[in-house]
Design a protein. Structure first.
Length: 66
């Protein structure tokens, strides 16, 4: 079974209602985004923007949950 994409992990974090599981979901999504950046070597401006927006959204999600 292949690893989930960063988008799938991001969506799982955004849709998580259980606040006890949220930090784990956010961490997995952040790690997947970082791994995607490392593997891709070169990112388009649009893709870089998409990743930065996703990280900002995850950060805001954790702030609101705190």
């Amino acid at each position: 079974m292949p690893n989930p994409s960063w988008q799938e992990l991001f969506n799982a974090a955004v849709l998580e209602f259980d606040l006890t599981k949220l930090p784990e979901r956010v961490e997995a999504a952040c790690q997947a985004i970082h791994q995607h950046r490392v593997q891709k070597l070169t990112l388009s401006a649009a893709e870089r923007n998409e990743l930065e927006e996703a990280l900002r959204a995850l950060f805001k999600l954790m702030q609101r949950a705190a």
